[in-house]
Design a protein around this ligand. Structure first.
Ligand SMILES: Cc1ncc(C[n+]2csc(CCOP(=O)(O)OP(=O)(O)O)c2C)c(N)n1
Ligand SMILES: [Mg+2]
Length: 788
């Protein structure tokens, strides 16, 4: 390949500028911005430097508008510097790096203004996000959408120690199953993590592993200076020394400088004529320049490696780098949080011909013509289509979904019926839903949906059982038109896939309505990925079932206790736990609308469902009831004016609550039964109302729960109950100052019948009655008779 030397020259100059600006951003935050206590430090400086050349090659020349990038968290200053040069990031935000509303420590889709494609921060997740984003692009294309958009490459800049994160390996396996393509991972092989220097020979493990998964591996180890030196007499011996030098030593020598390299080379190679001359011809500075000219810092090597890719197979680039290259602490194993002193920065500034006070000037100190550089940036292919965030029209959703009711049903069963009903029709909604499950499709009741809509695969694959006419309940034909993505058992993958599907409208300009199913306890297995997906503002629906101790005989770690609290606490996720299927029908319709809102109100949706079949209430779904269900609660039995006690329940324990209220009614007055469909939305509404009243004095706004509880007399007690942690509803007592007893589950793992376990955990009818008695005066209440 012949690359225009002037092009490389300009790219190198910009890379130097990027390194300067990113370092100045950090320096400014640490030494210049006033009152910065607590905002100092951070492992950015050394980590960023590693990637200045590679990212400059990508952003200023290699990337196309349709490409999307996840940048290694600590390279955020480099990313912001590049965007600053493009004119997409302001000086003010850079000056406020890591400060309130300033440029973010880690690139953030939702908090940064400069076109971050994928957020990063929790290492490993952004990397996997690119993999699933690529699969989603294939999904969109296979369904005949985004026809006029060229396929983009999904690119991750990966730290070498980041590769320790297990979720990357889980994703790799899934990618292989789905015929992954259009993806590049560039490993910043600086052989350093946060604490230390990485294991020897790690690259070999990476190489074999990636090849094993069908990836191309491109190792960019030597820069062009090195390659030239290798061609000199004695060059082979130098190359051999470099190849055999342990990571620790190489890092240490890079830190110590040219003289230290010379001494080691002499001691270890001895007097060998040609190679000794090769070394002696160079001054200490030149020797250091040569030895630190690893591939990842050499514009020509990186640029050519990227440009040489002429296919859509996945590629892993292993780019050798030095952590902190060009900075006084380059290569030092403790440099992760390394910062330059004022004196060091001053020296570096003048070396680069940057005048005092002109540190932010875009082209200060560069020899190129500023107008030419400006034109170069304006013509960078990456920039040609302006901002890269796309949008897509809202998909229409009916007021509520229909289903064929049975007198007894579980919410999990209802979920299956509701999706089946959607699948039967030919609505736009039906065509935009895409489901996924980590090997629990059948056991979470998605079977009927999949039977109708099929499995997704880029190539047709018949279900052999079906073609052989072997009776089976499920049709597993796979095709490019399929709408279910079957995953292996990896909940991290599930949530990162949700993150990718749920951003399709902004990445591909085509809206998808993703629905994930999994077992409720295993939300915890994928929790950081769920958090990550929400943080990026991806929009999806999670149906988690079975949940709680209600799945009784399954016992063990299949029981979930904490998930209702996770549902409440997770930002960006509205959580619901309906008891009846007509509630679920309302909630799912609401959910599909909520997932599409872009007014700062919408988000993702979590449905905590149960396998317990319970008697369904027969009623008309009125608009009032409907909105109460989505706001989080309604009176299943309205309390009278002199109510002594109210039972507030969530989810599968509805029959216990109903029974307890019946018995309590025999000896207590005006009992109320509050059905809580969303502790999360109720609580959020309550908090928001209080804030509004504080912020705008005189505003009378009451939240839904305040209105519901307002008529209760002061002495009325509240018993709350759910199959989950009692703290979920315990706050209800504080809303209007009622005494409350919170029942729930605090221990897990016991097997038994539902009756056994509800009794064991104190969430059965008698436990509710006991709690009500402790809150009220009066005659003893008749209890439920126990089966013996
Ligand atoms: C999930 C998670 N765990 C821990 C951290 C803290 N952390 C940030 S960077 C880092 C080391 C990264 O090393 P590497 O990926 O090699 O990047 P480098 O700094 O060498 O460029 C660690 C442990 C994190 N950000 N995310
Ligand atoms: Mg590293």
């Amino acid at each position: 390949m012949t690359t225009d030397p002037a092009h490389l020259e300009t790219l190198s100059a910009l890379a130097r500028k990027v390194l300067w600006l990113s370092s100045w951003t950090i320096h400014h935050a640490n030494h210049i911005r006033p009152n910065v206590d607590g905002l100092k430090v951070g492992g950015h400086q050394a980590s960023s430097a590693s990637l200045a050349t590679i990212m400059s090659a990508l952003y200023f020349s290699v990337l196309r508008p349709q490409d999307r990038v996840a940048v290694k968290p600590h390279a955020s200053p480099v990313f912001h510097a590049i965007q600053y040069l493009f004119g997409h990031q302001s000086r003010e935000k850079l000056e406020n790096f890591r400060a309130f509303k300033g440029a973010q420590s880690y690139p953030s889709r939702t908090k940064d203004v400069d076109d971050v494609d994928f957020s990063t921060g929790s290492v490993g997740l952004g990397v996997a996000q690119t993999l699933f984003a690529s699969l989603v692009q294939d999904y969109v294309k296979a369904h005949g959408w985004a026809k006029d958009r060229p396929e983009g490459r999904m690119i991750a800049l990966v730290g070498d120690a980041e590769m320790d994160e297990g979720n990357i390996f889980e994703a790799l396996l899934e990618g292989w199953k789905h015929g992954l393509r259009n993806i590049w991972w560039v490993v910043d092989y600086n052989r350093q993590s946060l604490d230390a220097v990485v294991r020897e020979g790690l690259w070999e493990k990476f190489e074999t592993m990636f090849r094993n998964f069908g990836w191309d591996v491109v190792i960019v180890k030597y820069g062009s200076l090195m390659r030239k030196a290798f061609a000199e007499p004695g060059g082979e011996a130098l190359k051999k020394w470099i190849d055999e030098c342990p990571n620790q030593l190489y890092s240490a020598l890079c830190f110590q400088g040219g003289a230290a390299f010379r001494k080691h080379l002499r001691d270890e190679i001895g007097d060998q004529g040609a190679v000794s001359q090769l070394i002696d011809r160079r001054s200490d500075d030149e020797l250091l320049e040569l030895m630190s000219n690893l591939g990842g810092h050499d514009m020509a090597s990186m640029y050519e490696a990227f440009e040489a890719v002429d296919h859509d197979r996945p590629v892993c680039f292993i780019a050798y780098t030095i952590k902190g290259i060009g900075l006084p602490f380059q290569g030092h194993k403790d440099n992760h949080a390394g910062l330059m002193t004022v004196a060091q920065m001053e020296k570096w500034r003048s070396l680069q011909n940057i005048g005092p006070g002109r540190e932010w000037d875009k082209f200060e100190g560069l020899s190129q013509d500023p107008a030419a550089l400006e034109a170069f940036l304006a013509n960078a292919p990456f920039n040609l289509e302006g901002r890269r965030r796309l949008s897509a029209p809202v998909i229409e959703v009916p007021e509520r979904l229909s289903f064929t009711a049975s007198p007894q049903m579980s919410t999990q069963q209802g979920f299956g019926l509701l999706l089946n009903e959607i699948a039967r029709g030919d609505s736009e909604l039906a065509s935009r839903i895409v489901t996924a499950s980590p090997d629990v499709t059948v056991s979470t009741n998605l079977g009927a949906w999949v039977n109708r809509r099929g499995l997704f695969a880029r190539a047709e694959k018949a279900d052999l059982f079906r073609s052989e006419k072997i009776p089976s309940t499920f049709n597993w034909d796979a095709s490019p038109k399929g709408q279910h993505i079957e995953l292996g058992i990896a909940e991290m993958n599930l949530f990162i896939l949700m993150s990718a599907l749920g951003l399709s409208h902004t990445i591909n300009g085509e809206r998808l309505l993703p629905v994930a199913t999994l077992y409720d306890p295993f939300i915890e297995r994928g929790l950081d990925a769920l958090n990550y997906a929400c943080y990026q503002d991806a929009r999806f629906m999670v149906a988690a079932t079975p949940s709680g101790v209600t799945l009784a005989p399954e016992g063990g770690a299949h029981q979930s206790i904490a998930t209702p609290l996770i549902g409440m606490a997770q930002d960006g996720l509205a959580s619901f736990e309906p008891a009846f299927v007509d509630e679920l029908a309302v909630i799912m319709a609401f959910g599909f609308r909520y997932m599409q809102r872009e007014d700062g109100e919408g988000g993702s949706v979590y449905l905590r469902l149960s396998t317990r079949s319970i008697d369904q209430v027969q009623r008309m779904m009125t608009p009032d009831l409907q909105s109460a269900i989505t706001e989080g609660a309604y009176w299943l039995r309205k309390p009278g004016p002199n109510a002594e006690v109210v039972v507030a329940y969530t989810g599968a324990v509805a029959p216990e609550a109903i029974e307890a209220v019946g018995l309590l009614g025999e000896s207590r007055r005006d009992i109320g039964l509050l059905a809580i469909t969303s502790a999360d939305r109720l609580h959020a509404g309550w908090t928001a109302a209080r804030k509004l009243r504080r912020d705008r004095r005189g505003v009378q706004h009451l939240s839904h729960i305040e209105k519901l509880l307002a008529p209760l007399p002061r002495e009325c007690g509240i018993v709350t109950v759910l199959d989950g942690h009692p703290a979920t509803l315990a706050w209800l007592g504080s809303v209007r100052g009622h005494r409350a007893e919170a029942l729930g589950v605090e221990h897990f793992g016991q097997t038994g019948t539902i009756d056994d376990l509800y009794r064991h955990h104190g969430i059965d009818a008698n436990a509710i009655i006991d709690a009500a008695e402790s809150l009220t005066a009066g005659a003893p209440v008749r209890h439920r008779k126990m089966a013996v």
